[in-house]
Ligand binder design. Structure first.
Ligand code: ATP
Ligand code: MG
Length: 291
């Protein structure tokens, strides 16, 4: 029985419980090479499709990656990028919001980094932080906003944000964008191993900060926030992919599958050349040939 991307997708149909989604798919280590070859094939396919998407310029793609620390966001994004033409793709990382960003509505910074049609934008974290880290730390209470916006019970506040996000993603869909949402689902034990590696390997020290341990201590709260947010924001046009991230090579294959699917769904085509433009091309060919 082969594993398939759809085993890890949730589009809002039926129930959702994060606990049903493994952090480790336990794919036999002997399969690694085969999956790496499949990923390489997907990377080539992505490049072909991106070339057409760029020329076609009718749809834009926003692919976002959410995860706990050390789940492999950065390396996954690096791999995805490596197959694409830099001219049509960029990455935006959502760090702690600046004072300017905090003085705007929370979707503002995402809006300012949306790609033009024909382009792909990769979000390293995303506006989902506003229902994840903000929920876990109850940051809404510190916002300089009117009482009517922040003083309601927690569930109401976040249910409203989930609805706003669903509406925003539907708005994007209706305006020619496709949204891909990936949660790299790493296990707590695997995170521990990777943190230890970051501490033991000097070349990885820069990736670790003691603050990461504070977030790790809030693991159950984060899982609860992920569970609720995925359940409430997955939709037909903007499904979530809950990717088991303990085996990096398997996670990368799944992400490459998701990228290929979304680009194929755009069905990009090179623009058709009109008969007049064709005649013009023939004329140019003759001119060049006669030089
Ligand atoms: P890495 O550690 O792998 O370099 P990272 O994405 O964890 O990458 P950091 O600079 O360590 O980058 O962390 C960014 C931090 O900003 C995260 O802890 C994230 O939760 C936080 N953040 C992002 N968006 C928001 C937000 N809207 N409100 C509050 N905190 C946010
Ligand atoms: Mg970090």
């Amino acid at each position: 029985m082969g594993l398939d991307l759809k085993d890890f997708a949730y589009d809002g149909e039926g129930g959702f419980d994060l606990k049903d989604y493994p952090t480790n798919a336990h794919v036999d280590a002997g399969e690694r090479e085969r999956y790496e070859l499949l990923t390489a094939g997907n990377t080539r396919r992505m490049a072909e499709l991106q070339d057409k998407l760029y020329a076609d310029a009718r749809e834009g793609v926003v692919a976002m990656f959410q995860a706990m620390d050390a789940a492999g966001k950065d390396s996954t994004i690096k791999r995805v990028m490596s197959g694409l033409n830099p001219q049509g793709v960029s990455v935006y990382s959502f760090k702690q919001p600046s004072a300017e960003e905090l003085s705007h509505d929370y979707l503002w910074r995402a809006v300012t980094h949306l790609p033009r049609r024909g382009h792909i934008e990769l979000f390293n974290r995303s506006y989902y932080e506003d229902v994840l880290v903000v929920r876990v730390h109850q940051m809404q209470h510190g916002y300089a906003m009117p009482k009517r916006c922040v003083d309601e019970p927690e569930d109401e506040f976040f249910d409203r944000r989930y609805r706003q996000i669903r509406d925003f993603e539907e708005y994007l869909w209706e305006n020619g964008y496709r949204v891909l949402k990936v949660f790299l689902n790493v296990g707590r034990d695997e995170q521990r191993k990777r943190f230890l590696e970051r501490i033991d390997d000097e070349s990885k020290n820069w990736k670790f900060s003691s603050g990461d341990l504070k977030e790790r201590d809030l693991w159950p709260q984060y899982m609860d926030a992920y569970d609720k947010c995925i359940r409430k924001t997955a939709s037909r046009h903007a499904p979530w992919y809950v990717v088991p991230a303990d085996q990096k090579w398997f996670a990368r294959w799944l992400v490459s599958e998701a990228m290929v699917r979304v680009l194929e769904a755009c069905d990009p085509r090179y623009p058709e050349v009109s008969p007049e433009a064709k005649a013009d091309l023939d004329r140019c060919r003759q001119e060049l040939a006669g030089e």
